[in-house]
Design a binder for this molecule. Sequence first.
Ligand code: PLP
Length: 396
Amino acid sequence: MISEKMVSLVKNSSVIRAMFEEGKKMAAEFGRENVYDFSLGNPSVQPPKAVTDAIIETAGNPDPNYVHGYMSNVGFDEVREKIAENINRRFGTAFDKGNIIMTVGAAGGMNVIFKTLLNPGDEVITFSPFFGEYRNYVSNFEGRLVELAPNTDNFQPNVDALEESITSKTKVLIINSPNNPTGVVYSLETLQRIAAILEKKQKELKTSIYIVSDEPYRELAYDGVEVPYIPTVYRNTIVGYSFSKSLSLPGDRIGYLVIPSEIDDYGDVFAAAGVATRILGFVNAPSLAQLFVSKCLDEKVDLEIYNRNRELLYNSLRQYGYECIKPEGAFYLFVKAFEPDDRTFAAKAKEKRLLIVPGSTFGCAGYVRIAYCVDYDMIKRSLPAFEALARDYKRC
Ligand code: PLP
């Protein structure tokens, strides 16, 4: 008999994953080219060639114990040093290996940091819409996720709601920019306003409130938009970075946490995060992946491929009467559903073989997410279905 908690988790298991599986079934029934699967944020752009070269070179290292052996739970020293130098060069920080912990992607990093920080009942605030897995990551450690209402005008975070949502139990504010599911990049000014509120409340409540900046999409920003580096804006910031999207390596499960020396209780936090890495069963991030990504820190995927998808889908949908803001980053469009019930709307889209994810999954009912990290030709083939859906709702 499985645990009661797991019974409900299985029952409410990821809508996105369920759709992905459904898409595979539909492809078998109707033919792959007749199903338009926009459900999963699985990068469609190839990793740079330098990455595949680095994988081969690293795997060929004659010292198998070095490449494949156990190591310090926080990761290889030399990999962490290289990552620190890379961040310092880009953002003018002064990190070293003592500020970096290698993780099993962003998901692994967030679980490690929540295990490190949360007592049962501690509150973690997130701006809606947000990546739905935060619910699980927080409840894994008996924290309470506090969801702030979305600001549907432009999907910038609802800063006005932040101050009154902070209590003596608030431990973390999650920031995710570029954002999944909206593609919005939070401006420096917005982040400064957030920082000012947190600083004020920390003093008032005599507590530490950490920002956990979840950054798998940091490198995916279009039109030269800057993504501010939050540790330079707010002292108590811990960054969760991932190579899943930046180098198109989601299956390799590699990322890192940045734990600046300036945060409150730095020594305890760093030590505890190392132990959390071990006792959550990760032990350490995959060794081969640590080594090969450290050779590719300046590499980038071809963003123009996503940009072309973004332009085609955004312009076409607008033409058919869909409402959405133009995303500045990541690879998602967050579109207003043509009826209040986003689940019914997504089900109607499915009848046209369009797989899109209801916004309520992201804490924002009445919208749907369309992941455009897909083949350009699939987007082209899908357009008549989007148009027909709009026509069914008399929007065009
Ligand atoms: N955070 C956000 C906002 C995401 O969209 C994702 C994956 O889609 C993750 C975290 C998890 O990323 P990773 O594959 O690096 O664990």
